[in-house]
Design a protein around this ligand. Structure first.
Ligand code: PFF
Length: 433
C-alpha cells in the first residue's frame, strides 16, 4: 500500500484543518444566513450550536482520526472491527460530492469577482453586477468549470501541501482585510443600523427553522460530518494537545464568521440592500463597499480580498475532493488520476445543474448542511461517546492524563449526551413539525 502523505510539523496540520474549515462558509454563507434568519438572534443560536453540538463533534472526529491513524473507513475498521459503524464511511463519500458541486459554483462566482476586481470593475458604481452574472447562462458555468479544474489540478499534482503553505499568508491577509472592511464599513453614514441588527437580538425570531439553519451552518463551517477533520487529525502527532489545537481552530472559525458578518451587515443597511436576499448578499455588498473607498484603495483591497477569498475557497474544496479520491484509492484500488478525474467530472456535472437551476442549488445546500453533515456528525459523536472506551477517549483528549483533565469531563459529557440528543432532537422537531 502506498505511504500516506505526511504533514510536517504541528503547524501544518492545524493550518490544513483551518484551511478546510475557513472558507466560503464563513465569508459567504454565514452573513447571508444571518440576514435571512433575523440577525443577532441567529448569531446567538449559532454560537450555542457551535458550543454544544459542533465543537464536540469536531473533537470527536479528532479523537477517531488520531486514535486510528486512518481516514474514515479504515478508522471504523480499526477501532470497531465488524461493527455497523463501518457504514459511517459512506456519508463521507456521498456528502462531499454533493456539497462540492454547489460549493464550486460559488467558488466560480469568486473567480469571476476576482477577474472583475482586476479590471477595476468595482471602483465605480457596482450595482447589478451579481444579477448580471446570474442572468448569463455561460459565465457562471465557465467560472464553475475553472474553479473545479483548479481544484482537481491541485489534487492531481499533489501540491496540496504547497497550497496549504500558501494559506499561511492568505489566511492572515484575509483576516486583516476583513478587519479593514469592518472598520471602513462602520464609518459609512447610517452603519449603526447594521450594527444594531447584529447585536440586539429579537428573541421572537427564534423558530425551529432558525435553529436548524444555525446547526447546519455550524457543521458546514467547521467541515464536520464528512470525514475531512477526521482524516486530517489522523496526521496529528501523539504529543500534540488535541483539545487545545482542535478546539482553538474551531473557535477561530467561529470568530472569522462573526467578523465576516460585521463586514457585510452595516453596508447592507447603508446601501439599502435586502438583508434576507440570500446567496447573493456578499457579492452585492462587498463591491458596494469597495466602490465607496477612494479608487486606488478600493481597487487594491478588492483584488486582495477576492484573491484571498478564492484561496480560502480552494483550500476547502481540495479537502472535499480529497476525501472522495482517498476513498476510491484506498478502498477501491482506483488510480489517483482516474479517481480525481472521474469524481471531478461527476461533481462538475452536478454543479452545472446547480448553476442552471437555483432550485437544485438550494436543495443540495439544504440537504448537505441541514441533514447529511449533522447526521455524519451524530454518527461520529455516538461512536466516540458510546462505542469507544472512555479510557481511550480520555487518553486522546488529555494526552495520557497529563492535560485538560477537568475540561475533559465537560467535553466527554457534551460528546456522549448533549451533541447526540441535540442533533436528534432538532431532526425530530423538523420531521414532526
Ligand atoms: N468549512 C468549509 C467552509 O466553511 O467554507 C466548507 C467545507 C469544507 C465543508 C470541507 C466540509 C468540508 F469537508
Amino acid at each position: 500500500m502506498k505511504k500516506r502523505e505526511q504533514f510536517t510539523g504541528r503547524l501544518a496540520v492545524v493550518l490544513a484543518m483551518a484551511g478546510s474549515a475557513i472558507g466560503l462558509g464563513n465569508i459567504w454563507r454565514f452573513p447571508y444566513l444571518v440576514g435571512q434568519n433575523g440577525g443577532a438572534a441567529f448569531i446567538l443560536v449559532y454560537i450555542v450550536a457551535c458550543a454544544l453540538l459542533a465543537i464536540p463533534v469536531f473533537l470527536s472526529e479528532c479523537v477517531i482520526g488520531r486514535r486510528s491513524g486512518s481516514s474514515t473507513f479504515g478508522a471504523m475498521r480499526k477501532l470497531a472491527p465488524g461493527s455497523n459503524y463501518r457504514w459511517a464511511g459512506l456519508v463521507t463519500v456521498i456528502t462531499p460530492v454533493l456539497l462540492l458541486s454547489f460549493y464550486s459554483v460559488v467558488g466560480g462566482w469568486s473567480v469571476d469577482y476576482l477577474l472583475k476586481a482586476c479590471t477595476l470593475r468595482f471602483t465605480q458604481d457596482s450595482a447589478g453586477v451579481f444579477e448580471e452574472l446570474l442572468s448569463s447562462t455561460w459565465e457562471p458555468i465557465f467560472m464553475h468549470t475553472a474553479f473545479m479544474v483548479g481544484t482537481a489540478i491541485v489534487i492531481l499534482l499533489g501540491v496540496k501541501k504547497g497550497i496549504e503553505r500558501f494559506t499561511k499568508v492568505t489566511m492572515p491577509l484575509l483576516f486583516i482585510l476583513i478587519i479593514i472592511i469592518v472598520v471602513f464599513g462602520l464609518t459609512l453614514p447610517g452603519a449603526g443600523k447594521g450594527v444594531e441588527y447584529l447585536v440586539k437580538p429579537d428573541f421572537t425570531k427564534i423558530t425551529p427553522s432558525v435553529i436548524t439553519s444555525a446547526m447546519g451552518q455550524a457543521f458546514f463551517s467547521m467541515s464536520l460530518g464528512v470525514g475531512t477533520i477526521l482524516t486530517y487529525a489522523s496526521y496529528v502527532s501523539k504529543e500534540e494537545n488535541l483539545m487545545v489545537s482542535a478546539g482553538g481552530t474551531a473557535v477561530f472559525d467561529l470568530l472569522f464568521a462573526v467578523l465576516a458578518g460585521f463586514a457585510v451587515m452595516p453596508a447592507v443597511f447603508v446601501a439599502g440592500i435586502q438583508p434576507g436576499q440570500g446567496p447573493g448578499l456578499l457579492f452585492d455588498t462587498h463591491p458596494y463597499i469597495f466602490s465607496q473607498m477612494s479608487p486606488w484603495v478600493g481597487a487594491v483591497i478588492s483584488i486582495l480580498f477576492f484573491l484571498s477569498v478564492l484561496v480560502a475557497a480552494l483550500t476547502s474544496s481540495i479537502s472535499l475532493l480529497e476525501v472522495g479520491v482517498a476513498y476510491l484509492v484506498e478502498e477501491k484500488g482506483v488510480s489517483r488520476t482516474k479517481a480525481t478525474i472521474g469524481l471531478g467530472a461527476l461533481v462538475w456535472a452536478i454543479g452545472v445543474a446547480c448553476s442552471l437551476r437555483g432550485g437544485v442549488f438550494d436543495f443540495l445546500d439544504h440537504l448537505c448542511s441541514d441533514w447529511l453533515m449533522p447526521f455524519g456528525g451524530l454518527l461520529f459523536a455516538m461512536f466516540v461517546g458510546w462505542k469507544m472506551s472512555k479510557a481511550d477517549v480520555r487518553d486522546e483528549l488529555t494526552n495520557g492524563g497529563t492535560r485538560n483533565r477537568i475540561l475533559f469531563n465537560v467535553v466527554y459529557f457534551l460528546i456522549r449526551y448533549i451533541a447526540p440528543i441535540g442533533i436528534l432532537g432538532i431532526f425530530l422537531t423538523i420531521l414532526l413539525g
